[in-house]
Design a protein around this ligand. Structure first.
Ligand code: PLP
Length: 345
């Protein structure tokens, strides 16, 4: 049995997935009377391609990754949930999540009744692979890493990640939602070297498409096959597939937006530094800044009242006094700074 198959839950290995008549037919020019759809209102009347082949082929070309290694979902949040469901036996298996990090790893684990061990990052938010590996128990099936990490905004050390990949006997999920803002390629080019690596990517950030909900998991073909068996049959709707294909047709917008956001990030840092009650701006490899201030709760409430919504992260590990600010348009950033300057100290 393969290492991956060994880790998959027994009921998932034995699952007979839903199959439609169209999965069983591979011709063209047919009369479709199999799925009880309406014959009217084309093209919306038809169920979308359940395996999103045209879109996957497009993405495959862009990220230089074979179609068999690509899972597409309703945001990368869907992939997080599916991975936990496929690998973790409820009330028995466990996952490790770095702390602080993106909240959905724990939410999905809780929903699936899978216990979480948190392993804190160092004070400067760097990853200590030794400490993380020491926390692995017999029940630990998966480790969730996020790089650049949300909310700390930093890239995790490549050597630390690679060490975890080679020493841990379970699956390692590396969430690269913000990778397009950091100027490096991340681990995707070495996906084939690690049997247990699952990379998460999304169109919600640099591509400016959070509203259409399209995320992906990139992994060994065997993992992708299990994800496809467990997902809802038509998990990525017709409109999302069509809009994604259109937007992926040209990367010009995306490249310009990234440049603009990075330039604005620098400006925002400079302006924030001039504000007396800003105590620290953490270095960022993402499209947001983690900023330590004197009184985050009252600043958060003040900004909120003034119509500028930021994220209060002060309750998280190593984030005492911190708010997280997404880099907006030049106008939005100016509005934020103007309001911050009005804050009574
Ligand atoms: C680290 C990280 N991963 C995933 C997501 C969600 O991505 P998606 O919109 O594809 O579900 C977010 C959203 O903020 C995030 O910060």
């Amino acid at each position: 049995m393969s290492k991956i198959k060994d880790l998959i839950r027994k009921n998932i290995k034995e699952l007979i997935p839903y199959s439609s008549a169209r999965d069983e037919f591979s011709g063209t020019g047919v009369v479709l009377l199999d799925a009880n759809e309406s014959p009217y209102n084309a093209p919306f009347n038809r169920y979308p391609d359940p395996v999103q082949m045209t879109l996957k082929e497009k993405i495959s070309g862009i990220i230089s990754t074979p179609v068999e290694r690509i899972f597409l979902g309703n945001g990368s949040d869907e992939a997080i949930d599916l991975l936990i469901r496929i690998f973790c036996e409820p009330a028995a298996d466990m996952i490790i999540v770095i702390d602080p990090s993106y909240g959905m790893y724990k939410v999905c684990a809780d929903i699936n009744n899978v216990a979480v061990d948190f392993v804190s990052l160092n004070d400067d938010f760097s990853l200590d692979s030794e400490r993380l590996l020491a926390a692995v128990r017999e029940e630990t099936k998966m480790i969730f890493l996020c790089s650049p990490n949300n909310p700390s905004a930093n890239l995790l050390g490549r050597e630390e990640i690679t060490r975890i990949l080679s020493e841990f006997k379970g699956m390692v999920v590396l969430d690269e939602a913000y990778i397009d803002f950091c100027g490096t390629e991340g681990l995707l080019p070495s996906l084939g070297e690690h049997w247990n690596l699952v990379i998460l990517r999304t169109l919600s950030k640099a591509w400016g498409l959070a509203g259409i909900r399209l995320g992906m998991a990139l992994a060994a073909p065997e993992v992708i096959q299990y994800m496809n068996r467990v997902k809802y049959p038509y998990n990525v709707n017709y409109l999302t597939q069509a809009k994604a294909l259109e937007m992926l047709g040209s990367s010009e917008n995306r490249e310009n937006w990234i440049k603009e956001i990075l330039a604005e990030r620098i400006k925002l840092e400079d302006r924030l530094e001039e504000i007396g009650y800003v105590l620290k701006i953490f270095p960022s490899d993402a499209n947001f800044l983690l900023v330590r201030v004197e009184d985050p709760n009252s600043l958060y409430a003040f900004l909120n009242k003034g119509g500028v919504i930021v994220r209060n992260r002060s309750g998280l590990t190593h984030c005492e006094g911190c708010i997280r600010i997404t880099v907006g348009t030049p106008e939005e950033n100016i509005r934020l700074i103007e309001l911050m300057k009005l804050y009574p100290q």
